[in-house]
Design a protein around this ligand. Structure first.
Ligand code: NDP
Length: 475
């Protein structure tokens, strides 16, 4: 059993003070420009110290055994629940996402859910052979020290996706959060560490150099990375020297295909949130939608209705469901790609002009019609609140277009005939294809990309295997 800990319910100020460093880097709210807090910035020597501490404590953590580690994870989930509101407020202020909808409170809730789900998983030895020739069993052990580098779009949830299976298997973890969202991850770790033994989970905030020091460290046995393809490739190069195991989740440019028998009105809400969850800043959000000519006008019309009825604004306003872009770099990408679409003659159904009345990085929900499949807004990952709708006359052509990019994280098929949808789903090149939904992840169901979207599965038993080393015992 994990030791009894009295869980503390932190309010927002207490949580912020616990991680605040007035001499550090100021972090601003992307919705308002106001300072949220200051964070210490770690250095390469901090990585060194953290990895050594993780190395030292790892055998002790592994030795505790599966049941005790599961117990720790369950208690860690309780700790997240106890401070959920403060965590959500900090996340909303730092990342920009609203409290409500599939946003800050949802993300904190998912952290607790993923911890509990991992506590419940058991990676039992597999009996491979058991006959007159003998017996062979496949066992799984911890890899050792896991270095986890994360992005700014779902900073808490993605950290949990990395750390929960790792800890469950008996690894220790050093996290390097994005420079854009260091407070959220430090606050989460602070809350988890009320429960976890010292040095089992550490966080070192810092820039890309600090990330590189972690991912190239010879004493890091496994790297879990979520972010851009460019950085994923850089990590893979340095990992070669140490034969470091890798899981790379590198985003995508997910396609959705609507079939002719779909009901545009019935699917409009789900289509909308499949594309615009987290204001489009989601690796597995729908980023291009292929629509049959027969339904084109109706789909455009229904999506515009949902878009114009969905409030966007400052995260702490309880009414809002969409927020700003998280940072200037991402905002500039969206501005550039929508401009390219307009310059090519594409038709803006709603949005299409940067928001100038609010202080933050707001860009309105933008639906773009009559756009060619080779337009940069379609071929590049725009990672914002924009959806190009590409008209098709021939379903085989739409499938080719969907498969035509060098990415393959998610995809979706929308229609009334489930068997027909499944047939088309089987033809799509992606780690996951959803039917009549998009981006719905589940801690029990493996998730990962193909092509330049990376490799390695997260979640479920398959996710545990990725942070384990196999060991065959044969007799
Ligand atoms: P990056 O890949 O640059 O950053 C992701 C993480 O890697 C950050 O913590 C970053 O640190 C760190 N990092 C940067 N360089 C290195 C390195 N050489 N070695 C190890 N770690 C490193 O992504 P960005 O935040 O710059 O976003 C760029 C694009 O990536 C977006 O426009 C979007 O298309 C995509 N993206 C995909 C996400 C996904 O969920 N798959 C999430 C976010 C972005 P630091 O931030 O301090 O530089």
């Amino acid at each position: 059993m994990a030791p009894e800990t009295t869980l503390i319910t932190h309010n927002y100020q207490e949580l912020l003070e616990a991680i605040h460093d007035s001499s550090g880097l100021e972090v601003k709210n992307p919705a308002t420009g106001e300072v949220v807090g200051s964070t210490r910035m770690g250095s390469v020597s901090d990585i060194e110290a953290a990895v050594q501490a993780a190395r030292t404590v790892q055998p002790v953590w592994e030795e505790l055994g599966s049941d005790q580690r599961a117990d720790y994870l369950s208690k860690a989930a309780d700790a997240v629940d106890a401070s959920a509101e403060a965590l959500a407020e900090l996340l909303s202020r730092e990342q920009g996402k609203p409290l409500n909808g599939p946003n800050a409170r949802f993300e904190v809730g998912a952290c607790a859910a993923w911890l509990r789900a991992n506590a419940g998983f058991e990676l039992a030895p597999e009996v491979l052979v058991d006959d007159e020739s003998g017996r062979a069993e496949l066992h799984y052990k911890a890899v050792g020290v896991v270095g986890a580098v994360g992005p700014w779009n779902w900073p808490m949830m993605i950290s949990i996706w990395q750390l929960a299976p790792s800890l469950r298997m008996g690894n220790t973890v050093v996290l390097k959060p994005s420079e854009y969202t260091p407070l959220s991850v430090q606050a989460l770790v602070y809350v988890l560490n009320q429960v976890l033994p010292a040095d089992v989970l550490q966080v070192v905030p810092g820039d890309g150099k600090v990330g590189a020091a972690l991912t190239s460290h010879p004493d890091v046995d496994k790297v879990m990375f979520t972010g851009s393809t460019v950085t994923g490739k850089a990590i893979m190069r340095t990992a070669a020297d140490n034969l470091t195991r890798l899981t790379l989740e590198l985003g995508g440019n997910d396609a959705g295909i609507i079939l002719e028998d779909a009901d545009p009105k019935a699917i409009a809400q789900d289509l909308f949130w499949g594309a615009f969850i987290n204001t489009g800043q989601t690796c597995a959000a729908m980023k291009r939608l292929y629509v049959p000519a027969s339904l084109y006008d109706q789909v455009c019309e229904e999506l515009v209705k949902v878009a114009e009825a969905t409030p966007m604004g400052i995260g702490l306003n309880e009414d809002n469901l969409l927020g700003p872009l998280q940072n200037k770099q991402q905002y500039d990408i969206v501005v550039r790609l929508v401009q390219a679409a307009k310059d090519s003659g594409a038709r803006i159904l709603t949005g299409g002009e940067p928001e100038t009345e609010q202080a933050g990085y707001f860009y309105p929900v933008t639906l773009v019609a009559d756009i060619d499949n080779d337009n940069p807004l379609v071929t590049e990952e725009q990672f914002g609140p924009v959806l190009p709708l590409i008209k098709y006359n021939d379903l085989e052509q739409a499938i080719q277009w969907a498969n035509g990019l060098d990415v393959g994280l998610g995809s979706s098929v929308w229609g009334n005939d489930l068997e027909a949808c499944k047939k088309i789903a089987a033809k799509l090149e992606a780690g996951t294809t959803w039917v009549n939904k998009h981006g719905a992840v589940d801690p029990r169901v493996p998730f990962g990309g193909i092509k330049s979207s990376g490799f390695g599965l997260e979640f479920g038993i398959e996710g545990l295997k990725q942070v384990a080393v196999p060991h065959v015992i044969s007799y």
